[in-house]
Design a protein around this ligand. Structure first.
Ligand code: KIV
Length: 275
């Protein structure tokens, strides 16, 4: 009996990403659904199931309302749709900051229930100890410094960070602390170019930039932003498509065909069998 099962593909893992420090830039995008993950998989080293899913898919005003259950559901979908890229799932606001034990339990649940390879946490001033606790117990962790979207309520909005002074020093320290705690990579978001380059030179693990210059070891964007699914995107997004425009055109054409009864046509209907 012959088997037609596809040969297993080895997924990119945390040590592979770590080994790319100062090497070929690491290509990352966000994904929230199985079909999108399937499209992105062959092009990306890493797919992030970002908590931006709350804003992009669920219409929330920010990421604060995103729950662990939402992240698990989308993590499962992305794992089903991808075979090769490393899949990292964001731990949402309130699921990892309180204590190292809570962070570990929630991260372990995400990994068990999704099959993903790592979690990401926003590495504010108090989180390094929780990163270390998770990593020492077998959970690969990615940090996230600079503009930290989960801090939107204390910041009063999404603002570029680290343009100078004390704030710059703090962000560099947070990146160092995350790397020293064992993070295998650190996302650097919305910071001035000089600081992004300084962090990249300073820490031993890859930096993944978003709005942080080409000086980082890799780049990530919110996929829906770069595909042009929204009418507004931040300054740092380069649009590689106009999916919003394409959808509008397609839906207008469909509506017109329905209204003038040219859809469905002869090729799109079933006929009774002769006899
Ligand atoms: O949630 C997210 O999509 C992210 C990326 C923007 C890095 O954290």
């Amino acid at each position: 009996m012959s088997s037609h099962r596809e040969a297993p593909v080895r997924r990119v893992a945390a040590p592979d990403i770590l080994a790319r420090k100062s090497g070929t830039p690491i290509v990352c995008l966000t994904a929230y659904t199985a079909p999108m993950a399937e499209l992105l998989d062959e092009h990306c080293d890493l797919l992030l199931v970002g908590d931006s899913v709350g804003m992009v898919v669920h219409g929330l005003p920010n990421t604060v309302g995103v729950t662990l259950d939402m992240m698990i559901l989308h993590g499962q979908a992305v794992m089903r749709g991808s075979r090769r890229a490393m899949v990292v799932v964001d731990l949402p606001f309130g699921s990892y900051e309180g204590s190292a034990e809570v962070a570990y339990d929630n991260a372990a649940r995400v990994m068990k229930e999704t099959g993903c390879s790592a979690v990401k946490v926003e590495a504010g001033p108090t989180v390094a100890a929780n990163i270390e606790y998770m990593v020492r117990r077998g959970i690969p962790v990615m940090g996230h410094v600079g503009l930290r979207p989960q801090a939107v309520m204390v910041e009063g909005g999404f603002k570029a960070k680290g343009k100078g002074g004390e704030e710059r020093r703090l962000i560099l320290e947070e990146a160092r602390a995350a790397a020293d705690a064992g993070a295998f990579a650190v996302v650097v978001e919305g910071v001035a170019e000089g600081l992004a380059r300084e962090i990249t030179q300073d820490i031993a693990v890859p930096t993944i930039g978003i709005g942080a210059s080409a000086g980082c070891d890799g780049q990530i964007l919110v996929t829906d932003d770069m595909l042009g699914l929204f009418d507004w995107t931040p300054k740092f997004v380069r649009r590689y498509g106009d999916i919003r425009g394409e959808i509008a055109k397609a839906v207008a054409a469909y509506a017109e065909d329905v209204r003038n009864r040219t859809f469905p046509g002869p090729a799109e209907i079933y006929y009774a069998k002769a006899g």
